[in-house]
Write a protein that binds this ligand. Structure first.
Ligand SMILES: [Zn+2]
Length: 279
């Protein structure tokens, strides 16, 4: 797991947040794999916003190679499970139990103020070998913030994560996948690689396990980054919990290996820049 060091001052602010809205997902041709057998669900097209988001992120990855990623190396049959918006003390422990049973390592993009609320769960994530990403302090949409506020938002989350685990994540996922080309330079200056997703499960909508598995099947490909959630919304992720062990079994049966985002991207990333001194 790679981590970085920063020296920025921190001040914080809160934003009400909801799940990373969805926007990701691109259509890949259905194949004849045994992954999913419900034709009615697999034939549903991805939404237009999901397609548009995927196109935007693919363009940003092309524009900023080694810094922005919506997926990893497609030459290796590896995927990364990512869980956003936690940790919480209901779903996250159940997710960790499934990952432990399946011997799978994942990546948790945690919200600073949520991590502060559930420090023991955050520690457990690290103790069990998973990696961490920064998802901001208060789940703010960064294109709406000034550069100073972006620095505050990310640094307060880093400081909180470090105070609990001793680690500072070197990857950042913008809430809602919302960022502009203008944000990317600052984020890289701050020492982050920017990580979006190529598979949007839309689990946060309260979908059934079969709908979630269908969403994965429609979008998965080698190097995929799969978006899931570990947020505290009772009932909303019940389908996701049911889907997770099946997803792991089915993807492994197709020959996929599960790795953390840091492992998925390790040979493609530009070096993290030397950070400037901040006043
Ligand atoms: Zn989020």
């Amino acid at each position: 797991m790679q981590f970085k060091r920063t020296t920025f001052l921190t001040t914080g602010f809160l934003f009400l947040f909801t799940a990373c809205m969805p926007s990701g997902g691109f259509s890949s041709p259905l194949d004849s794999s045994p992954f999913f057998n419900n034709k009615q669900l697999t034939n549903q097209p991805l939404s237009k916003p999901a397609m548009q988001h995927q196109t935007k992120m693919r363009n940003l990855q092309n524009q900023f190679p080694g810094v922005v990623f919506y997926k990893g190396d497609s030459s290796l049959k590896r995927v990364a499970l990512t869980f956003d918006d936690g940790p919480d003390n209901y779903y996250t422990p159940k997710i960790l139990e499934i990952l432990h049973q399946k011997h799978v390592k994942a990546t948790f993009f945690v919200v600073g103020m949520t991590a502060k609320r559930h420090p023991s769960v955050l520690k457990r994530i690290v103790k069990e070998g998973h990696s961490l990403g920064n998802h901001g302090w208060g789940h703010a949409r960064i294109p709406k913030l000034t550069d100073d506020r972006i620095v505050q938002e990310l640094t307060k989350a880093e400081d909180t994560i470090e105070s609990i685990t001793g680690l500072r994540p070197d990857i950042y996922r913008p809430p809602y996948g919302d960022l502009t080309a203008a944000n990317v330079g600052l984020l890289h200056q701050l020492g982050f690689r920017v990580v979006d997703w190529s598979v949007d499960t839309e689990d946060w909508r309260g979908l059934s396990d079969q709908q979630i598995l269908s969403n994965v099947h429609k979008q998965v490909s080698p190097g995929a980054i799969i978006l899931l959630h570990s947020l505290s919304r009772r009932g909303k992720l019940d389908g996701a919990l049911k889907a997770l062990p099946q997803m792991i079994d089915q993807l492994q049966a197709e020959g996929y290996e599960f790795v953390t985002v840091q492992t998925l991207l390790e040979k493609q990333s530009l070096p993290i820049p030397t950070l400037p001194d901040m006043p």
